[in-house]
Design a binder for this molecule. Sequence first.
Ligand SMILES: Nc1ncnc2c1ncn2[C@@H]1O[C@H](COP(=O)(O)OP(=O)(O)OP(=O)(O)O)[C@@H](O)[C@H]1O
Ligand SMILES: [Mg+2]
Length: 164
Amino acid sequence: MNYKAHVQLETHTVEDTQQFGQLIGRWAKQSGEPLCIALIGDLGTGKTHLSQGIAKGFGVTEEITSPTFAIMNTYDVDRIHLYHFDVYRLDDISELENIGFYEYTEDCVSIVEWADKFPDELPDETLWIYLTRIDDTSRSITLGSDYLSEDDLVEIGGPYVVGN
Ligand SMILES: Nc1ncnc2c1ncn2[C@@H]1O[C@H](COP(=O)(O)OP(=O)(O)OP(=O)(O)O)[C@@H](O)[C@H]1O
Ligand SMILES: [Mg+2]
């Protein structure tokens, strides 16, 4: 993987993955800076569970679901928005403009599930997260970024970091 910084993590339960998500969400909220969180992984690797943790850490109190049909959901925490995209069903890059994708991913905090469908459309301010299945309950997770430093990634990964 060709990012300036990368860190390797593992989670061993769904709860681990959600807790890790909370670390990301809290970090994004506290930094006050735009951040696009790009999630990449096969069906059932945990993108939506991770998104739930991110939203919770960001301060969202409602239960979030993946916007597979709506394409985008918006959550509001103290008048700060979190944009959650699932671009699985989007086939044409031209549709991204219509849904405000560029504006929200560049200027706000956003989560993009299936970001590998349009990797070139994401901003520089992106945290890339790759999930792969180790077994029924464990996931290998790689964080990569050209924007966040290795120290940032280690901080975000917390107790789930296993190497780099
Ligand atoms: N360590 C783990 N982290 C996340 N999910 C796990 C883990 N171990 C088991 N699972 C299970 O894997 C599944 C992950 O489902 P989830 O909907 O989050 O995946 P997804 O990547 O969003 O899939 P899809 O692409 O189909 O929407 C759930 O059934 C969950 O219980
Ligand atoms: Mg999903």
